[in-house]
Design a protein around this ligand. Structure first.
Ligand code: ADP
Length: 398
């Protein structure tokens, strides 16, 4: 069965088609600037050159229409008719406490997800637009929602309750939800394979460090704690997000700079993190280049980033009583050997010893620790789309 995977943002849409259960990737693509001048679809059938088409797209239904055209195209398509697309898997960011696993898209499910929009105002409405567009153009195709939060629903209250008046949890759902769950779940399953253990036997600290970044403490294959919170702002230092700060900084700086809540929110989400400290870029490669030229703030941004990941590795090992492995994944985790080295520096006392030679690698599944390292260090490229396709296939064939 061919499964279409859709990851829909407010003005962009990423997609892939995978053959399941063989897991073969058939094509992938990106639609950008939906509803804005200069809409474009970039489509790539695996093994062929990229096909790029600039064409006005006023909304997500237009965008999905062009995706369908690309999938059916006689040159760069992957299906003779849409009947060959057996199911669509949609990434949905916030599933709240309602969805501890992926679920078939039904009217009731959509209503529930809509009710969670308030908790993820930047993401969930866009995810819902993608689902609505697909339902309109593929009314007879089964669809599945795969939530970023589901994997973290196994966290105990001690991990997810904030020390605020408890009524905010009861009235508004203010608690830690965590995100990147599909990625943490994917690398957990892969790590178990690499360690030769069953999934429910592995204890891990998984570090998904890309532009967005989060760590998870995985105990017996289940999430015990994670660094993102009510929103994806908490935890690690990110490209443009501050992660953990003293909450009292918010009224202090807002008072000094005469900022509204919305201004502070934008500052913490868009102007902080690696960009905020370095003043150069949110991209770690730019920061590394600037560091090489002796830029002091770039060096501080790099060091703060590494320090925060190290902080969570230590904290999470304490929470779950030691780990079988530390896993690195996502843009920085998969590609930056120097960042992995700096994160692991000083962790030897916890039995985590990096093999610097083995660490000279990018984007492939590999053990990076020395033979005598008590805790293994694993590099595992993430694959959220495959995870979504797997869940989708499993649910629609059940
Ligand atoms: P997103 O959260 O947007 O999915 P990714 O996981 O794709 O992000 O990570 C993107 C980030 O990965 C870039 O912003 C960049 O900082 C980092 N990155 C990619 N390649 C390298 C590299 N070779 N060295 C250092 N950082 C890299």
């Amino acid at each position: 069965m061919k499964v279409l995977v859709v990851n829909c943002g407010s003005s962009s849409l990423k997609y892939q088609v995978l053959d399941m259960p063989s897991e073969e990737l058939l094509c992938k693509g990106l639609v950008e600037r939906i509803g804005i001048d200069g809409s474009v679809i970039k489509h790539e059938k695996i093994g062929q050159d990229k096909f790029v088409l600039e064409v006005p797209m006023k909304d997500h239904t237009d965008a999905i229409g062009h995706v369908i055209d690309a999938l059916l195209d006689k040159d760069h398509g992957v299906a003779a008719s849409m009947d060959e697309i057996g199911a669509v898997g949609h990434r949905v960011v916030q599933g709240g406490e309602k969805f501890a696993s992926s679920a078939l898209v039904t009217d009731e499910m959509l209503k529930t997800v809509e009710g969670l929009n308030e908790l993820a105002p930047l993401h969930n409405p866009a995810n819902l637009l993608g689902i609505a567009a697909c339902k309109k153009l593929m009314p007879n195709t089964s669809m599945v929602g795969v939530f970023d939060t589901s994997f973290h629903q196994t966290m105990p209250a001690e991990s997810y309750i904030y020390a605020l008046p408890y009524e905010y949890y009861e009235k508004y759902g203010v608690r830690r939800y965590g995100f990147h769950g599909t990625s943490h779940r994917y690398v957990t399953a892969k790590a178990a394979e690499m360690l030769g253990k069953k999934v429910d036997e592995v204890n891990l600290v998984t570090c998904h460090i890309g532009n967005g970044a989060s760590c998870a403490a995985v105990k017996n294959g289940k999430c015990f704690d994670t660094s993102m919170g009510l929103t994806p702002l908490e935890g690690l230092v990110m490209g443009t997000r501050c992660g953990d700060i003293d909450p009292a900084i918010i009224p202090f700086v807002a008072g000094k700079e005469n900022m509204s809540f919305a201004d502070v929110d934008t500052m913490m989400n868009k102007k902080s993190g690696i960009l905020g400290i370095s003043g150069i870029s949110s991209d770690m490669r730019d920061v590394e280049d600037a560091m090489a030229k002796g830029d002091k703030k770039a060096q501080i941004a790099w060091d703060v980033f590494a320090h925060r990941v190290k902080h969570y590795i230590g904290a999470y090992m304490a929470e779950i009583g030691g780990a079988d492995a530390i896993v690195f994944t996502a843009g920085v985790g998969e590609n930056s050997a120097p960042m992995r080295e700096d994160i692991c520096k000083g962790l030897e006392a916890l039995g985590i010893v990096l093999d610097k030679e083995a660490n000279k690698v990018r984007g492939e599944e590999k053990v990076l620790s020395t033979a005598d390292s008590k805790v293994k260090i694993l590099l595992i490229p993430t694959n959220e789309e495959l995870m979504i396709a797997k869940d989708t296939y499993e649910i629609v064939t059940k």
